[in-house]
Write a protein that binds this ligand. Structure first.
Ligand code: S3P
Length: 261
């Protein structure tokens, strides 16, 4: 055997070790999940993630392959999240609710924590049309926009393990709700008109609120929509006075309860 062949042998042995370690690591991840479930512990633990990250940085400090190894570790951690997500949510999580109820913030956090694909419907529609939402409303009217929403939802039915953040009007159409439910659990986020007002008062990207940014208008429109929102929801989360992490924890617990986990 020449040296090259010998090195290749050694490399193959290294790869075997890596595979064995990853299999072991993944099964430990499953054990941790089972433990948390059994003892009713919170699933999301960002502090633990930070601790893991610090440990990794300390161990790799000064290492000549630091960047490359960190890159691999980030992928490993993302994969662990995906294993958790697949087990907990073998469906799409569809967030609905009034403008400013917290859909974007919560879907963003959730998709990061579980490495799930995030579909922000307004953003997706705006990118595809190469226009802002207010411009779509102004140019083509609301009905046109609502049809785009329905089309996008139909497409997403074929997906699995996505977090879908709906625009505030999506759940008002019955056919949209039927689409959501085919492969998703629907989470309604709520907040008081006062909280909503505080959250939306400085933004101008919601055509329905332009010129109507006051608590009375918000309360009125919210009341008109309430019945449809509630009828669509599998679970409801109030987001007033809660951090994004707290709302996400509640969401996870309620979805797990729904599935009898
Ligand atoms: C709308 C909500 C908006 C956006 C559009 C219409 C609505 O989304 O889709 O301005 O009818 O409530 P957000 O709820 O994300 O602001």
């Amino acid at each position: 055997m020449n040296d090259l062949e010998m090195y290749r042998e050694q490399l193959a042995l290294c790869d075997d070790k890596i595979i064995d370690a990853l299999v072991e690591r993944n099964s430990i991840v499953e054990k941790i999940m089972a433990y948390k479930e059994k003892y009713g512990m919170t699933i999301l633990q960002p502090a633990q993630e930070e601790k893991q990250q610090r440990r990794l940085e300390e161990k790799l400090a000064g290492n000549k392959y630091q960047d490359e190894i960190e890159d691999v570790f980030h992928r490993i951690l993302r994969n662990s999240k995906r294993i958790q997500a697949r087990k907990l949510f073998p469906y799409n999580i569809v967030l609905i609710g009034f403008m400013g109820a917290g859909k974007s913030a919560i879907s963003d956090f959730l998709s990061t924590m579980f490495d799930m694909r995030l579909v922000e419907m307004d953003q997706e529609i705006s990118e595809r049309q190469e226009m802002s939402i207010p411009d779509i409303f102004a140019t083509y009217g609301e009905e046109y926009f609502r049809n785009l929403e329905t089309e996008l939802l139909r497409e997403l039915r074929a997906e699995n393990g996505c977090v879908i953040s709906c625009g505030g009007g999506v759940a008002l159409r019955e056919e949209n709700v039927a689409e959501m439910k085919k492969n998703g659990r629907v989470v309604l986020l709520t907040a008081s008109p006062e909280t909503i007002y505080e959250r939306v008062k400085d933004s101008n990207d919601r055509p329905l609120l332009n010129g109507n940014k006051n608590v009375e208008f918000i309360a009125d429109l919210m009341e008109k929509r309430r019945e449809k929102y509630e009828a669509a929801a599998d679970v409801v989360i109030r987001t007033d006075h809660k951090t994004v992490l707290q709302s996400c924890e509640e969401l996870i617990t309620k979805l797990m309860e729904l599935d009898g986990k």
